[in-house]
Design a protein around this ligand. Sequence first.
Ligand code: BTN
Length: 254
Amino acid sequence: MTRPLPPVECWDEVDSTNRIAAEWLRAGCLHGRALRARSQTAGRGRLGRSWTAPPDSGLTLSVVLAGPEWFALAPRIPLAAGVACADLLRDRYDAPVGLKWPNDLVFGRRKCGGILCEGVTNGGRFAGVVIGIGLNINADEAALGAELARRATSLFLETGRTEADLDGLATSVRDAIVAAAEALTTAPPERLLARWAELDSIRGREVWFGEGDAATSGIAEGIAQDGGLLVRTADGLRTLHAGEVTTQPPADTR
Ligand code: BTN
């Protein structure tokens, strides 16, 4: 790993740590620079969603991978970040955290975290990648609110454990993610894919995905070499490269 990495910064309130980290990247910041916010007012999620969390209920963190060399590795960076986060949470809290394609962190069927990787350009040139991580750590039912009903959970709700040192957790997550990303430049992709498969929470289960107005179902068969999700449908084996799958049938197909 590139050493030393700059200290993880902690700001009280920001709109989106990913937005600020992208600004840093365009301004030429150091590789591995990272920002945690105690509270985020306009956190960005995948598929245009938002990511909200009350102050210190969890981790809202963005990590910069600086440099054009990350472009070629971009498809595997979310996979590497997901594995790094899941393994860290498993080790640190002895908690059975898994992964759900494309990069949700889950306890069983409930989501406890998400990762949003964004490529950043500057004047038409690829400047690097911002990896945004949102983890529900100390959140109770009240903090999760409506999200709880939408199948969210937290480390606290699942294990009874809380984390007083969110800055320490942020540094550990940043270090693990940077190390995992840098390992992509040397380690064979098979190793990452094999670990992802071990953590895969939906392999062998029926899943649904949207196609236009319709929902198609099939059996999840793990991830492909390119990071897509393999789904065995009635029409054959499909590889999904975008969107998401659910493990519950959409209400209108019941
Ligand atoms: C998802 O939709 O599952 C991904 C959520 C990613 C949220 C994190 S919170 C820290 C970082 N800053 C953002 O604006 N988004 C990411």
